[in-house]
Design a protein around this ligand. Structure first.
Ligand SMILES: O=P(O)(O)OC[C@H]1O[C@@H](O)[C@H](O)[C@@H](O)[C@@H]1O
Length: 227
């Protein structure tokens, strides 16, 4: 793995790889789906699978804003957010098994050996990102973390990737993003970045056709792509 040229030789120098978290670092969209479904039941909301899958990659604040309008929900955004975050932290702190995506550790070592920088740019709250990285013992592997709470507009807007690149002191053209959701791919491409779509069947029905290419396993990332 990761030797040889690869199909996508870059004509600019690569400085950083930016990872989405849910569905990429860890197969966690099923945990999000279950927590959301519990909340939908609690609030008497009828939300189809199609609607729920369209929220993948969108920060919870923006998801609840849309749901409040679409389903005439009267609870305040603050009440909805506080309950949601609390349940997510509880679930993610205890979920078992809790494993990094297959091939991720090898890819991160290769990226580090090449002297590249790394970031996590996830729509999840910062506390959740830190919980996940700590449980996976991957915290030291990332130079920068940007959460959905720290940008004005969440995915599919490009803000989170622009902020990550700025913290990494890299230009958009010097970054590659790895994303499993349609909203995430749209955000990366709007930021002017190369984007590898990561097909994860557990992340719902996601259109990754906007990505530069789609992989199913990290071992498909070639040495040429990391130059
Ligand atoms: O940007 P990421 O890491 O894919 O995070 C996505 C998740 O972020 C959460 O905040 C949302 O509640 C989830 O519904 C969403 O799927």
């Amino acid at each position: 793995m990761l030797t040889g040229g690869g199909d996508m030789m870059r004509n600019r120098e690569l400085k950083a790889v930016i990872f989405d978290m849910d569905g990429v670092l860890i197969d966690s969209e099923p945990i999000h789906f279950l927590v959301e479904q519990k909340l939908f039941r609690q609030f008497g909301l009828r939300i189809t699978e199609e609607e729920q899958h369209a929220y993948v990659g969108v920060p919870m604040k923006e998801m609840w804003k849309l749901i409040r309008t679409r389903h005439s929900l009267t609870l305040s955004e603050e009440q909805l957010l506080a309950g949601h975050k609390e349940q997510l932290i509880a679930e993610f702190s205890t979920a078992e098994p809790f494993e990094a995506m297959e091939g991720l550790r090898e890819l991160l070592s290769e990226i580090k050996n090449r002297g590249l920088k790394t970031a996590v740019a996830s729509s999840s709250p910062r506390q959740l990102i830190e919980t996940v990285l700590a449980r996976l013992r991957l915290t030291p592997m990332f130079d920068v973390i940007v959460s959905g709470e720290e940008v004005k507009q969440g995915k599919p807007s490009p803000d989170i990737f622009i902020e990550a690149a700025s913290l990494l002191q890299a230009t958009a053209g010097e970054c590659i993003v790895i994303e499993d959701s349609c909203n995430g791919v749209r955000a990366a491409k709007s930021a002017g970045m190369e984007c590898i779509g990561f097909y994860n069947p557990n992340s719902g029905n996601q259109d990754l056709s906007g990505a530069d290419r789609v992989i199913r396993h990290f071992s498909e990332i070639t040495g040429g792509e990391l130059q």
